[in-house]
Structure formats: C-alpha cells, structure tokens
Design a protein around this ligand. Structure first.
Ligand SMILES: Nc1ncnc2c1ncn2[C@@H]1O[C@H](COP(=O)(O)OP(=O)(O)O)[C@@H](O)[C@H]1O
Ligand SMILES: [Mg+2]
Length: 207
C-alpha cells in the first residue's frame, strides 16, 4: 500500500481539486483507493458525498487517530492507495500524514508569491526526509506562460511533476463529484491528470 499526500501551506493552490481527480484516475487505473480528508474545510469529503459512482472509499479519521490508522491500513491487502488531502495550515495531523507519505505532491500556482510561499512546505518535507514533487497548477491553458521560469525556479528546490492548466473541467468536476477523466475522458484536463497520475505511480514505485 502506498500513501500519497497533497500538502502546501497555501489555501487555494489546488490540493483538493487535484486530489479528487487523481483519486479517480488512480481508481480507473486499477488502484483500490481510500481517500482521507484531513482538512476541517472538508472540500474532498463534500466532493465524495456528491459522487454517485462507487469505487472510491472515503474514510473520516480523527487527527489523533491518523498515525495508527495508516499503520493498520498498511496491513489490509484490499487497499492499495491512500490519498490524504490536508489543510493549508500545518498542524500535528499534517505532520503525521507527511511522515507516512510515499510521495507528497505540493501544488503551486505559477506566480512569484506562490512560489515563495512554497518554501516552508518544502522545509517541512525535508525535515522528515519525505519524497515530494511540485505540481504547477493553474498554468495558462494556451500559452503556459510563466511555466518555464516557474519550473526553473522550483527545480532548484525539488522535482517538478507534469503541470496542470487552469481548465473548466477541474471546476466542473469538483462541483459534480466527478473526476476530470469522468467528465471529459478525451479532454485536455484528463490528459494532464493521467500524466500526473503516471508520474505519481512511477515515483511511488521507486520506494
Ligand atoms: N487547474 C484548475 N483549473 C481550474 N480551477 C482550479 C484548478 N485548480 C483549482 N481550481 C479552483 O481553485 C479553487 C481552489 O482549489 P482547491 O483545490 O480548493 O485548493 P486547496 O485545496 O489547495 O485550498 C477551487 O475553486 C478550484 O475549483
Ligand atoms: Mg483543500
């Protein structure tokens, strides 16, 4: 079983949006997925309630129980992937999730402010020696403007996963309890999320 964590000390960077569509892409790829929403805002849990399709299991785990829950769930063969979405402010439960991460994805908007704000998140991941990758989220869908310099800046600090553009499919998918690969399987958002899932899978398998 692998643990994938979405984290960044910045609200609105796209953690929950990416977690939702990645969960669907992973499930469609044959993973037995359990989603855990550790953010009190509960965006991902709300998205789960909207889902009419089965397949993905949602678990609510109390912050103080997370450590033990992950350790126990690792022994359950029926689960192959746990995806943990976290709050934009780091607390003890985010630390617990990070410590268990086989990979942590750090979504970052491609702006100077957001790039700078990624620093503390990376410090935390380094402290725990966890593997991580930045995901540039919300890049311009036509020009990908700023992507090149943002990638250059981020590579100094860590690996950079395939980017995700600003696309209506992402907004529609969170509003309807679907993943982008369900809303528009042949769309560009679907292509991007599948590329991100393949990257994620590859990185996690190296451990
Ligand atoms: N790639 C994207 N394209 C379009 N809208 C996006 C994208 N990523 C995030 N959003 C929107 O941005 C807002 C914040 O995203 P969210 O996933 O809630 O961030 P976080 O979980 O990091 O706080 C949401 O309204 C979401 O629909
Ligand atoms: Mg969120």
């Amino acid at each position: 079983m692998k643990v994938l964590v979405l984290a960044s000390q910045k609200g609105g960077s796209g953690k929950s949006t990416i977690a939702a569509s990645l969960a669907v892409a992973a499930w469609q790829d044959g993973e037995r997925v359990v989603v855990v929403d550790m953010d009190p805002q509960a965006s991902l849990a709300e998205w789960g309630k909207l889902r009419e399709t089965g397949g993905i299991v949602f678990r609510s785990v109390a912050p103080t129980a997370l450590d033990r829950w992950i350790t126990e769930t690792r022994k359950v063969p029926a689960v192959s992937l746990v995806i943990i979405d976290t709050a934009g402010t780091f607390g003890p439960e985010v630390d617990t999730a990070l410590k268990h991460a086989d990979l942590c994805l750090v979504p970052v908007r491609p702006s100077a402010f957001d790039l700078r704000a990624a620093g503390p998140t990376v410090d935390r991941l380094r402290l725990f020696s966890r593997p991580f990758a930045f995901v540039l989220n919300g890049t311009n869908p036509v020009t990908h403007a700023r992507t090149a310099d943002a990638v250059a800046a981020l590579e100094v600090g860590g690996a950079v996963a395939p980017p995700i553009a600003d696309r209506t499919d992402f907004r529609d998918s969170v509003a309807s309890g679907l993943g982008v690969t369900e809303i528009a399987p042949a769309g560009k958002a679907a292509t991007e999320i599948i590329a991100l899932w393949q990257y994620t899978k590859e990185r996690m398998s190296q451990r």
